[in-house]
Design a protein around this ligand. Structure first.
Ligand code: TRP
Length: 334
């Protein structure tokens, strides 16, 4: 049995959307609509693996949906919805909790990083999270998943779960999903520490650029971004060991849709006194239209809710069919 090409990806509605979410994920989701059936989810059930303020969760959910729409995801062509409206995600996640092995889960580096020394006191959901992510993907038999480098291990787990399920029940039911890992420029790091991923949970507001930041604030954050004392190199190899310089060049490249080398061809030999203002100008120019569209969508919450409702209806149709087959395969009495 072959599987039709289908893309699934998701973003958590926890905190404000930032430049990393946009360049590393949302922007890459758009062109896939021309070649694949795409499902883009706001993964609210993932968000609550750490406590979320209910009002903020609600607003962030609408904000992620608004950003999908503002970036150019077409709600007719693709499916946009929030995870908790389709209960089958939780149902399949339970079944996958029974397929995945403790050893596999204990190897997940993201859990180890997030739990840190606090591992006895984090939620069980945070530990089980990768099985829910596998359920998100396999519920729709997605063949391709665009994700950042940091999610690669979760994708491998998804493949392991699909393989074990297929073997345990002697079926060829779930596809072996391929990750679509972003290129060199899509990994956006903190503006205060080039070795850390840009993250909405970063306590420093200067570390991240939010999609809803004003033009002035964007320019200010870029001017204050950590850099170093040297001029930019002429070759990409010269960025090695200079994480902040590498990140700023990468952001410029991603915003302008060029390679890092292309940017160094222009700025090699120049200092940050020249490069940062150019980057600030470019960032404002590229983000302002998105920013404006997001606010317009957010002015009409009812419209976004309607889009999420009808997206959920379409998602549920696929999910119901998958779960019916899963019940039969497992031996659940329907
Ligand atoms: N875990 C992903 C992240 O934190 C979000 C996510 C949840 C996801 N389910 C998914 C991504 C399914 C791709 C496919 O970025």
């Amino acid at each position: 049995m072959s599987f039709p090409a289908r893309v699934f990806s998701g973003i958590q509605p926890s905190g404000k959307l930032h430049l990393g979410n946009y360049l590393g994920a949302i922007k890459r989701f758009v062109p896939l609509q021309d070649t694949h059936n795409c499902i883009y989810c706001v993964v609210d059930m993932h968000a609550i693996t750490v406590w979320q303020d209910p009002e903020k969760l609600y607003n962030s959910t609408l904000e992620v949906a608004a950003a999908y729409l503002a970036a150019g995801i077409d709600a007719e062509k693709s499916i946009i919805f929030n995870q908790s409206q389709v209960v089958q995600h939780a149902e399949l996640a339970w079944i996958f909790n029974c397929v995945a092995r403790m050893g596999w889960m204990q190897r997940m580096t993201q859990f180890k990083d997030k739990a840190g020394k606090n591992s006895q006191n984090v939620s069980l959901g945070l530990f089980a999270y990768p099985a829910l992510m596998a359920a998100d993907i396999l519920l729709y038999k997605a063949t391709h998943v665009p994700v950042g480098e940091d999610q690669k291990q979760h994708l491998e787990l998804t493949r392991d779960i699909a393989i074990k399920f297929n073997n345990d029940y002697n079926v060829n039911f779930f596809p072996i999903t391929e990750p679509l890992i972003a290129g060199e420029t899509a990994r956006i790091m903190s503006l205060r520490d080039g070795t850390k991923k840009m993250s909405s949970s970063d306590p420093s507001d200067l570390a991240k650029i939010s999609l809803t930041d004003s033009a002035d604030l964007i320019a200010k954050k870029i001017k204050k971004a950590k850099s170093d004392a040297d001029n930019l190199p002429f070759e990409v190899a010269g960025l090695k060991g200079r994480p902040e310089a590498d990140n700023l060049v990468g952001i410029y490249a991603a915003l302008s849709e060029k390679s890092k080398q292309g940017i160094l061809d222009e700025f090699g030999g120049k200092g940050f006194g020249v490069f940062k203002p150019a980057l600030a100008e470019l960032a404002v120019e590229k983000l302002a239209p998105i920013n404006k569209k997001i606010s317009l969508y957010l002015n009409d919450k009812k419209q976004i809710e309607d889009i999420l409702h009808s997206g959920a209806e379409r998602a549920r149709e696929i999910a119901t069919k998958t779960m019916k087959e899963v019940h039969n395969i497992i031996g659940f009495v329907n």
